[in-house]
Each structure stands twice: as C-alpha cells, then as structure tokens.
Write a protein that binds this ligand. Structure first.
Ligand SMILES: [Zn+2]
Length: 197
C-alpha cells in the first residue's frame, strides 16, 4: 500500500465514478469567486491556501496540542478503528459517495469525531447537498483545523479533527446561507450522537 493511502480507498473507482467524485468534491473549481473565497478564509479562522502545510496555529488545534490523543500511533489507531475508518481518518482516503448511513440521518443531535469523539457538527447545520456525503454549512467552534490539499489539480481545503487530527473532509464555497460553506464530510469519520428525548 502506498504511504498516505489511496485517494479513493482500497478499491479503485471506475472512470465515471471518478468524474462524479471530482464534480462533487470540487464543483466550483473554475469559478472566478474561488479566489475571493480563499481570501475570506483567514477571517473565518481557517488557514489560507498559501499557509504552511505542516504546522497549524489554529486555536482549536493549539488547544489540544498536548492532548493524549495526539500520542496514538498507527497500531493504536488500527486497533480502535475499522479498516475503512482508519484509511479515511489516518490516511485521508475518501469513502465512496452515497454509502454512508449518515446521509439519511435526520434526528437532532451531535456529530462527533469517529476517532476521538470530539463534537464537530450540530445536526442544526446539516443539509442535503446531493453529493452523497454528509454535508454541513458550519462547524462547532474550535472543532477543526485545516490545511491546503494538493492531491488534485486544484488546491482544496482539507479539514480535520482539532484534537486527534483525524481527516474528516474538505470545505467548499458552495454551501447555503448563512455561511455559504459546505463541509463535505466522510460519514465513516463521524459518529452520530442523538439528543436525549
Ligand atoms: Zn478526533
């Protein structure tokens, strides 16, 4: 297996599936407003595309800098996670679209990191983006860090759990009001915790 994992997981996608993936994950790559979007990222507490890729000074990540979750090695993560969750969270693979049960999740509750259970999203910000991945228009304060991702021919903004640094998905500029953002998340990287009724 190639270090860093396959972009599409262990099983390669067919050509038409790759095309679908590209369109869904980067639907506005040639849109002129992308530059403007990237310029707004610092004001949102996100890293701009030109920022350093290894280190992050985002408040959420700094808060967990000395956290025990950061100490886990690959063997410890493999023991905790399913193979698919490991490939997504620890190797930045992407699950196949329309495969996550969380796409259809409509209950009120909180979506937590499947690695360390840090709350990442409220169900209040979840919406159906039609992409086949659970999508949110906002993230809980301090819950994620971001970095530029150059795996495709355009730079996308990757985001990950602020505590265990597990990869979650990519954020795009085509989300609904009030943020205009779309957090396109791998379902396998999240665990849904319904509110107590
Ligand atoms: Zn986590």
């Amino acid at each position: 297996m190639v270090a860093g994992g396959s972009l599409f997981g262990a099983t390669p996608l067919a050509k038409h599936q790759v095309a679908t993936y590209i369109m869904a994950m980067a639907p506005k790559v040639f849109h002129p407003s992308r530059r403007a979007f990237l310029a707004t990222l610092p004001s949102l507490g996100l890293l701009a595309a030109c920022a350093a890729e290894s280190a992050s000074s985002e408040p959420g990540e700094v808060a967990f800098e000395a956290d025990a979750w950061r100490e886990l090695d690959d063997n410890a993560w493999r023991a905790r996670l399913s193979d698919q969750a490991f490939r997504v969270l620890r190797r930045e693979a992407t699950e196949r679209p329309f495969t996550s049960p969380l796409n259809a999740e409509k209950r009120t509750g909180t979506y937590v990191c499947a690695g360390c259970e840090l709350p990442l999203f409220s169900s209040e910000t979840k919406y159906d983006s039609g992409t086949g991945w659970p999508s949110f228009y906002d993230v809980l304060p301090g819950a994620i860090g971001t970095k530029p991702d150059h795996k495709l021919w355009v730079t996308r903004t990757e985001y990950h759990c602020a505590r265990c640094l597990g990869h979650q998905g990519h954020v795009f500029e085509d989300g609904p009001a009030p943020t205009g953002l779309r957090y396109c998340n791998n379902g396998v990287a999240l665990t849904f915790v319904p509110d107590q009724v």
